[in-house]
Design a protein around this ligand. Structure first.
Ligand SMILES: [Zn+2]
Length: 420
């Protein structure tokens, strides 16, 4: 509601500047209305179970906490609501699961239709808000291997919209939440920069590059292969047109929603979605969680298979000093490459900025030398040379060599010293 003073101020502003006065309103002035959608087309969490048409645990919790913030909540599991006029709502809250276009078991009529989805996206793009809770990233997924990112052109519009796709959770356990600072949420300011709680910890894949991450799960020391990965974003936001999309992965348990303290983060996310809590959504995922899309850093009990490299079957590639046959180029578990190089002409003195090389001389013609940093070193079989980056080197003569290159060979990393 607008106070008389604000009404006056508003008219005065419009009169003086022609500005639209809505921007001058504060949360207390304007009554907000949000739509809470909790259709379970897949797994149904106890938090959204509605018995005999009675409100669910989360229906009650969200309605109650929003009331204190001047936000009216309409709760539904019927996705056909999105086929209708959405202009009365300031934000849309999702606590959904599964393929929403199928509706719920026994209620195909509750489906979120293609038209409904388009209406929702358009409403958000025009400036409204969206908040996804816990299982909402488990909706309209691409699925597939949980340790493989999806090709960008296959990622669903829904995943793009919400920001990432749920893959799996492990055994429920305590986990460490690291808050990315500065945080706009008073709840996080109270919790401290790092805190531990017991949850069902989701991991996701296909994180958008446009996310602003508010909190990550520190996976170090957690039980379960799915947590063998760098810190995982668990609360984030992004811009969708002029609107705001937020997501929080907390809330598996009824008690999360019934906790008077936890629920404060829920209402703050809703206020941020409505634009009433000022929230910077500039993408920061590259610095806050640069390895969010690294899905597995070490395999559990998986032995790396050995490889045989038969140089006699590899095609020779012309190189500045002769012919090179390069092995292990396609072996992701080996950090370099190995080359069998026949030097049959004078190589050009060169150096590498990144590559380190170890030359091993298998055989050579008499008189061949290795020039290193201007010094001639006579060659004979069974010698090796360690050539760190920045070392100018050149094999002069005829020789069969074996070269180990670390990291993997890169033909662009070849530089020639300035001639004086
Ligand atoms: Zn859960």
């Amino acid at each position: 509601m607008m106070t008389r003073y604000n009404l006056f101020r508003c008219f005065a502003l419009v009169f003086l500047t022609g500005a639209v006065c809505i921007a001058n309103l504060t949360a207390a002035d304007s009554k907000r209305k949000v739509l809470y959608f909790s259709l379970s087309a897949g797994y149904e969490h106890s938090t959204v179970v509605s018995k005999d048409g009675k409100p669910s645990v989360s229906d009650n919790a969200i309605t109650e906490v929003c009331k204190t913030a001047g936000i009216e909540v309409v709760c539904t599991k019927d996705g056909s609501v999105f086929d209708k006029d959405l202009s009365q709502y300031d934000a849309f809250l999702f606590q959904t699961s599964g393929d929403l276009s199928k509706g719920a078991k026994g209620h195909p009529d509750w489906a979120l239709t293609a038209t409904g989805w388009k209406n929702l996206v358009n409403a958000v793009r025009s400036g409204k808000g969206f908040v996804g809770f816990h299982p909402s990233t488990d909706s309209n997924r691409t699925g597939g291997d949980i340790y493989q990112s999806t090709p960008p052109d296959k990622i669903t519009d829904y995943t793009r919209f919400i920001g990432a796709e749920f893959t799996v959770h492990g055994e429920h356990q305590e986990g460490t939440v690291n808050v990315i600072e500065p945080t706009p949420f008073p709840w996080f300011q109270k919790s401290g920069k790092s805190y531990r709680i017991f949850e069902e910890w989701y991991v996701h894949k296909n994180y958008n590059s446009d996310l602003h991450v508010f909190a990550v799960l520190d996976t170090a020391g957690m039980k379960g292969k799915m947590y063998n990965r760098p810190p995982v974003p668990i609360v984030w936001g992004r811009k969708e047109g002029s609107g705001r999309v937020l997501y929080s992965s907390f809330g598996h348990y009824d008690k999360y929603w019934q906790d008077k303290d936890n629920i404060q983060l829920v209402v703050q996310l809703i206020q941020a979605a409505c634009g009433d809590l000022k929230t910077d959504l500039t993408p920061n995922i590259q610095t806050a969680a640069p390895e969010a899309n690294v899905l597995l850093t070490k395999e559990d009990n998986v032995k790396i298979p050995y490889r045989v490299v038969d140089f006699t079957t590899l095609a020779g590639v012309p190189c500045p000093c002769g012919t090179s046959r390069r092995g292990l180029i396609d072996e992701k578990n080996f950090p370099g490459t190995i080359h069998r190089t026949d030097v049959d002409q004078t190589a050009k003195a060169h150096y590498h900025k990144t590559l380190t090389e170890v030359y091993y001389v298998i055989s050579c013609e008499p008189g061949s030398v290795m020039q290193i940093d201007g010094k001639d070193i006579p060659l004979h079989a069974d010698m090796a040379f360690y050539i760190p980056p920045g070392t100018v080197h050149c094999l002069v003569g005829k020789a069969k060599t074996f070269i180990t290159v670390l990291p993997k060979f890169d033909p662009t990393d070849e530089y020639f010293p300035d001639k004086k």
